[in-house]
Ligand binder design. Structure first.
Ligand code: MOS
Length: 749
């Protein structure tokens, strides 16, 4: 491609350097404005009335008492929403549940996250008071909270769109299962359970909507994909795309939790109807109660292998609890299906993965997107096979792991440039498997604590993650580059709307633009976070943004440089990047080309288990990450360290309790996430750079990688320390104690 810098073959001018984040000074100084920090003169306040019932038909909604309260400006219900439906992948959720309006499915609430009405008032306190005055009549329907129950034929269907209470049922079929298990010398069966996880981003949902000076309904909000927000708002309000505008100010974290709508549509509705600025802000409790969670999974699986470690057969059933609306469940569970057999070659395979409709809180995107759940089971299985065969866990992975030319679980070759083996090799060497003279892998002994109640162990796991959208979902990214100056380029303006959610993407965009044009980063100015600037960049998700936005920026830079060469001033280039095509599962066999790029990771951990209390202390993590090309190495280390702590919470601590669809611990005092006192003593991050074939400058991605291998590596380390497998996460002390006592370990006082 064009440009100077690395494109011209010389030393990089801007990438591969740990330059300071562009957004850091404002955030550190407290100057950055997050949605709740922004106020406009004459603004009104909005509050939502959420459902009082988990599953019920609405018989009446009486808003008269709320409307009569002094200071209330408007109350909106289902009949006021022009197209009363929304959803990121499938529009199956009413904006407001209730009577009247165009959506017949809106007459029923199906979870506590459903909304019945919107109150707009002169103050936040009045809006909060008025919300309580709305009288809603309900006729209760039976609730379905258990996945096996939901799938039974006699169980009533929860949502008219979703027959059999399934959003999707993926089937991967390959080879001959009977022959595969007959060939096995050992067979290991396992049942794995993974829990909910709450995103716990720094800033709860908030936003402000107003009519801008060109008459557009404008929403200022924190999200992950500004254009998608725009499309969903414009659909629900029945407005053309060019009558809606989305602006992101600073975004206080996302992790998948801002992929779906929260306050966008209702704010826009109120601003459109009233012509005045309208603001809202959720409390932490509302945030935990009313945005989606990571899917809990139940996984039953059976693996067979020969004496030499060759896997001969894998069967697995993966059930993901999706709640009553689709969100991204069809995609999350597809990704889990793909990794139901881990990153391992196997000729005989039978996988069912189902996104199950229940009346629990909706599940959706969360960093890792189905991979952490599937890999917890798959890595557990390969570790148990290794133990049953007396093989080393590194050796069995070396034998079966994907490498270039491998045929994957969906019967097509893995994307070229597969580096799972390289990543695993580096992880073993950098951690507890020093090189042996004869090339065998042997775990080194670690010192044991003197206290007999404390046992140390080590464990290892691998992981892989697709970069970009999968299974044929439309994938593209736009960027614009403008070169200003006369004889030389004095300033480069990049227009790219990809979201900075705290991961450092905007700094990476600037570095890649500087590299593509061949100027120092100081000459580059980024304009972003506003849908009026440029076409869609796609979401800050699927670990895709550096890859996708980077290729768009490179393409735009090339066009701008060509215009510059033709003496155009300013010289402008606009470019849409399209990656290689992907395809969906064949409905009977699962055959497909699911992804165009992957990144690979491996982790080794050391834990200390207190066999009296069941506490598992994560001491040390060695994290190997093939990111393709490190645009900003320090930001990658930050991603890994943050991801490790988030994964640590997922594996050990974060225990969101849902009873009959209601979350019982919606507070950070009762839903415990890791603090500074919990983090590992050491996280050693190693960055590998095996270039991707189409990524910009070779970039793959990193964001989701650390979430994938940590939990299974901890489970392996707990087994190494105690001889007991814990197959349920989070591995809270009570669960660990129960598992240990079942094997006669630890005192029974
Ligand atoms: Mo993500 S879980 O792809 O926002």
């Amino acid at each position: 491609m064009a440009g100077n810098g690395t494109n011209g073959g010389g030393e990089p001018v801007a990438i591969g350097k740990s330059m300071l984040r562009r957004d850091a000074p404002d955030k550190v100084m407290g100057a950055a404005q997050y949605p709740a920090d922004i106020d406009l003169p004459g603004q009104l306040w909005l509050k939502l009335r959420f459902s009082d019932r988990v599953h019920a038909r609405i018989t009446s909604v009486d808003t008269s008492a709320a409307e009569a309260l002094p200071g209330v400006v408007a109350v909106y219900t289902a009949k006021d929403v022009p197209h009363n439906e929304y959803g990121l992948v499938i529009k199956d959720q009413p904006v407001l549940c209730g009577l009247g309006g165009i959506n017949p499915a809106a007459d029923t609430v199906r979870c506590y996250m459903d909304c019945v009405a919107v109150v707009v008032a002169e103050t936040e306190a009045i809006a909060a008071e008025a919300v309580k005055l709305i009288q809603v009549g309900y006729e209760d329907l039976p609730g379905v909270f258990d996945m096996e129950h939901a799938l039974r034929p006699e169980t009533p269907q929860i949502h008219p769109n979703w027959q059999g209470n399934k959003f999707s049922h993926y089937k991967l079929r390959k080879g001959d299962m009977a022959a595969g298990f007959a060939d096995a010398d050992v067979i290991v069966e396992g049942t794995y359970e993974t829990g909910y996880q709450e995103h716990a981003f720094l800033q709860p949902e908030a936003g402000l909507a107003y009519i801008d000076d060109e008459g557009r309904v404008t929403v200022v909000v924190a999200g992950q994909w500004a254009h998608e927000d725009l499309w969903q708002v414009s659909h629900a309000l029945g407005l053309p795309h060019d009558r809606v505008r989305i602006i992101y100010p600073a975004v206080g974290g996302a992790f998948g939790g801002r992929e779906d709508m929260s306050v966008q549509i209702v704010l826009a509705l109120a601003a459109m109807k009233l012509g005045r600025p309208v603001k809202t802000q959720w409390s932490r409790e509302e945030s935990i109660l009313y945005h989606h969670k990571r899917h809990p999974f139940h996984i039953q699986t059976k693996w067979g292998a020969k004496r030499d470690g060759t896997i001969t057969a894998i069967s697995a059933t993966l059930l993901g609890d999706a709640g009553p609306y689709a969100y991204t469940s069809t995609k999350v569970v597809a990704n889990a299906a793909l990794l139901g057999s881990g990153p391992y070659e196997c000729e005989n395979l039978h996988i069912d993965a189902i996104a199950v409709v229940t009346n629990n809180i909706p599940s959706g995107a969360f960093r890792g997107f189905g991979a952490p759940q599937a890999m917890f089971a798959a890595e557990g299985q390969i570790n148990k096979l290794a133990a049953a065969l007396g093989m080393d866990p590194v050796a069995i992975r070396m034998k079966n792991g994907y490498r270039d030319g491998s045929i994957t679980s969906v019967q097509t070759p893995v994307v070229p440039g597969c580096t799972l083996i390289e990543v695993l090799d580096a992880c073993a060497r950098e951690s507890y498997w020093p090189t042996q003279a004869d090339g065998a892998w042997v775990k080194s002994d670690i010192p044991q604590p003197r206290d007999p109640a404390l046992r140390r162990g080590v464990g290892l796991s691998v992981g892989m993650k697709n970069i970009g959208y999968s299974f044929g979902y439309p994938e593209h990214s736009w960027a614009g580059v403008e070169l200003r100056g006369k004889d030389s380029i004095d300033e480069v303006i990049v227009r790219a709307v990809g979201a900075e959610v705290g991961q450092g993407s905007h700094t990476a965009f600037v570095q890649m633009a500087a590299e593509a044009v061949g100027v120092p980063v100081e000459k580059v100015r980024l304009e972003s976070h506003d849908t009026t600037l440029m076409g869609s960049s796609g979401s800050a998700s699927a670990s895709r943004l550096t890859f996708m936005q980077g290729n768009a920026i490179r393409g735009a830079a090339q066009k701008a440089l060509e215009a510059w060469a033709h003496e155009e001033r300013p010289a402008v280039g606009i470019f849409e990047y399209n990656p290689p095509k992907t395809t969906p599962f064949d409905p009977e066999t699962g055959y497909c080309d699911p992804n165009f790029a992957y990144a690979y990771t491996a982790m080794a951990v050391e834990v200390e288990v207190d066999i009296e209390t069941g506490h598992v202390r994560l001491e040390r993590v060695v994290s190997i990450n093939d990111v393709g090309r490190a645009i900003n190495p320090q930001l990658i280390v930050g991603q890994v360290e943050g991801g490790v702590v988030q994964a640590q919470g997922y594996a050990l601590m974060e225990n969101l309790i849902s009873k009959e669809g209601r979350i019982l611990n919606p507070y950070l005092s009762t839903y415990l996430i890791p603090t500074a006192l919990d983090v590992p003593t050491e996280v050693k991050t190693v960055i590998l750079e095996y270039a991707d074939r189409v990524g910009p400058f070779g970039v793959r991605g990193v964001a989701e990688l650390p979430l994938i291998p940590l939990a299974p590596a901890i489970a392996a380390a707990v087994h190494d320390a105690t001889g007991v497998w814990v197959d349920q996460i989070p591995m809270t002390p009570d669960r660990v104690v129960k598992a240990l006592r079942a094997h006669g370990i630890g005192a029974v006082v």
